[in-house]
Design a protein around this ligand. Structure first.
Ligand SMILES: Nc1ncnc2c1ncn2[C@@H]1O[C@H](COP(=O)(O)OP(=O)(O)OP(=O)(O)O)[C@@H](O)[C@H]1O
Length: 256
């Protein structure tokens, strides 16, 4: 269970996250929605400890994440695997090596630097690629793949990290509708098949409705709505995005 208590993040002049408290049980597929600048990326980055909170606590299964340092913090960063809009692959390395990089926190530094992997590690990476329908691309350079394929490699790398939670920050924002579905289907499959909690920042309300079972809506850094997809009414949407309840959902869907 992920427990966020009074989490606050201030950048120089901006209150990006304002006293957020939230509990997310294991195995949920959560869409984090809200207008641009609402604090969605800030929340995910705080959870991974890419950035430090100004106040508040984050606990995962009783482990206090905000207190971690050294090797424990490195382990947590691997376990809270991030997926980014821009994939963040090494473009000139082949797909298999990109996936193997996900195993790096578990292996000694010398092997990591020289990119020397065991047969077991290579087989595991290939098996993950196979699960995601990407094994035939294993020896191709990452830069030769389409955006949707690169994002699936990034997801495979995240799985190689043996994650306890996946934090996907606008994972489909650069993709066409077909690849958007493929990538969202992949995240949903991981959620269902592996039981891993997925938090996914989404601009599209339609995608949130199709793929998430739970929605967290932020507005100006504050929690505006939390509940099941079914509970997300026109009224709650109008509060999150502004506008009237009648027109707001239509407007959001059009933007999406
Ligand atoms: N490094 C930073 N320095 C200063 N302000 C920042 C920084 N990162 C984010 N902010 C500000 O914090 C607020 C929340 O930003 P955040 O990126 O978390 O929002 P978001 O909901 O993810 O937006 P988007 O959907 O556009 O990505 C915004 O006002 C943003 O300008």
């Amino acid at each position: 269970m992920l427990q966020i208590r009074n989490l606050t993040k201030r950048y120089a002049g901006t209150l990006a996250l304002d006293d957020l408290s939230l509990t997310i049980p294991h195995g949920h597929m959560v869409a984090v929605i809200g207008r641009s600048g609402a604090g969605k990326s800030t929340l995910l980055r705080l959870l991974n400890r890419l950035i430090e909170p100004s106040a508040g606590t984050i606990a995962f299964d009783q482990q206090e994440i905000t207190q971690l340092s050294g090797a424990d913090l490195r382990r947590w960063r691997a376990q809270a695997a991030m997926i980014f809009q821009s994939y963040n692959l090494s473009p000139r390395l082949d797909v298999l090596t990109n996936v193997l990089i996900g195993a790096s926190t578990e292996i000694p530094q010398a092997r990591r630097l020289l990119r020397v992997y065991t047969r077991e590690e290579r087989l595991r990476a290939a098996s993950i690629l196979d699960d995601l329908g990407m094994v035939e691309k294993a020896l191709e350079r990452a830069e030769r793949l389409s955006g949707g394929q690169q994002q699936r490699v990034a997801i495979a790398r995240a799985l190689m990290q043996s994650p306890r939670i996946i934090l996907a920050d606008e994972p489909v924002a650069s993709l066409d509708p077909h690849n958007t579905r493929v990538v969202m289907d992949t995240l949903k499959w991981i959620n269902r098949e592996h039981g891993i909690t997925v938090l996914c920042n989404l601009h599209s309300l339609e995608l949130a409705r199709s793929y998430a079972d739970h929605v967290v809506a932020l507005k100006d850094g504050r929690l505006e709505f939390e509940g099941s997809v079914a509970e997300l009414t026109g009224e709650s949407l109008s509060t999150v995005y502004g506008g009237t309840p009648e027109t707001e959902e239509k407007k959001v869907l059009e933007v999406a």
